[in-house]
Design a protein around this ligand. Structure first.
Ligand SMILES: [Zn+2]
Length: 378
């Protein structure tokens, strides 16, 4: 029996960076309400697990000790110039009460999930609290304090696992890229809005890995305004051939939802239709999957997209148990009542043409320069 695991702790949903900060761990609680409402969490093969804390020593598989010490001090209300240099106390990465505790607990979900997959205790694990792909070895960045992905993947590699990382969050996974840039043990593919218009500014297609890792770091920058159709041209052309050629033991999927057209931070124009299609392809390609929540700043859309991803990975169809109940919608725009999906949405005219020209150029570049390194014919 395929076991599907949701990492969930109501304690984690209660954290807040600061009231005005766009990153809201409460998104996971909204999703769990949708999983109940749409009858997606009552199957015999599903488990909900609050993970035990991981051993702090594991953090040093990626992070510098001095940086972790700064996190601990910052949590206690201390402040120093070194923290500033490490990105702590800035607008994006504020110091807050229980900051280190929160980051460690969230990362523990990712690590524990990976170990369940490694041991064969599960086929799919989703940690909505994970996916901090911007944190660097010695610095916080883009709302990320501990890079749960880099730490966990490093441990899996140490255990002899081949790991592919597929990152469909709107932002480039720069921290993960840097962690595995020179190794061929990890295949990293990131689809994201171009660094020309979005944080962190990196993620050009020419950043393709170095030394042994040349060809094992694949970036697919998308033009602002990219819709489902354009995104899927890139995803379907690049991701399946590379994953099939690499043959990973475990796929780590960063399934951030800030690609959605209603996201307030990024400028892509995806809907649930494109998102679900990518999730479905990842599901078909992967022997074992560790999915991580990552970004998403329209709280209702993020909760709905995560619920759809969960349904797809578990092979379930959402069914609204509240339909027909007056006032059944507990939150979110009433127009969305009764469904998690968005109506189709396409960008048109000049904007669409520019997106198509851009994506074809990027895909051709990858086919011409990276595919031959994997002996993939096209
Ligand atoms: Zn993001």
């Amino acid at each position: 029996m395929h076991i599907n695991v949701l990492i969930y702790s109501s304690d984690l949903t209660a954290h807040e960076y600061k009231p005005s900060h766009p990153f809201k761990p409460v998104r996971a609680r909204l999703m769990s309400e949708l999983l109940n409402r749409y009858d997606l969490i009552s199957e015999k093969n599903q488990r909900i697990i609050a993970p035990p804390l991981m051993d702090e020593e594991l953090l040093y598989l990626f992070h510098a000790r001095e940086y972790i010490e700064l996190l601990k001090k910052g949590e206690k209300g201390e402040f120093s110039v070194e923290m500033f240099r490490a990105g702590l106390g800035l607008e994006d990465n504020p110091l807050f009460n229980a900051m280190f505790k929160y980051a460690l607990e969230a990362s523990s979900g990712t690590y524990h999930g990976a170990m369940m997959l490694y041991r064969g205790d599960a086929r799919f694990v989703f940690n909505p609290f994970g996916g901090f792909h911007h944190a660097e070895r010695d610095a916080a960045g883009g709302f990320c304090y501990i890079n749960d992905m880099a730490v966990t993947i490093a441990d899996l590699v140490r255990r002899g696992q081949r790991v592919a990382c597929v990152d469909i969050d709107a932002h480039h996974g720069n921290g993960v890229q840097d962690a595995f840039y020179e190794t061929d043990k990890v295949l990293t593919i990131s689809l994201h809005e171009s660094g020309e218009t979005l944080y962190p500014g990196t993620g050009s297609e020419i950043e393709a890995g170095a030394k042994e890792g040349l060809g094992y770091n694949v970036n697919i920058p998308l033009r602002a305004g990219t819709d489902d159709e354009v995104c899927l041209i890139a995803f379907e052309s690049v991701v399946p051939p590379l994953i099939e050629s690499f043959r990973p033991d475990i796929v780590v999927a960063n399934i951030g939802c800030d690609t959605h057209k209603d996201d307030p931070l990024a400028h892509l124009c995806l809907t649930s239709n494109g998102y679900k299609k990518m999730i479905s392809i990842i599901n078909d390609l992967s022997p074992k999957i560790l999915a991580l929540g990552s970004g998403g700043y329209n709280l209702f859309r993020t909760a709905a997209l995560w619920a759809l991803a969960w349904a797809t990975f578990c092979g379930l169809q959402p069914r609204d148990l509240h339909s027909g109940i007056v006032g059944g919608m507990m939150y979110g725009p009433e127009v969305n009542a009764g469904q998690l999906d968005d109506p189709p949405y396409v960008v048109g005219g000049w904007e669409k043409e520019q997106c198509l020209i851009h994506v074809r150029r990027v895909v051709d570049f990858i086919k011409d320069t990276i595919f031959p390194l994997h002996e993939i014919k096209h």
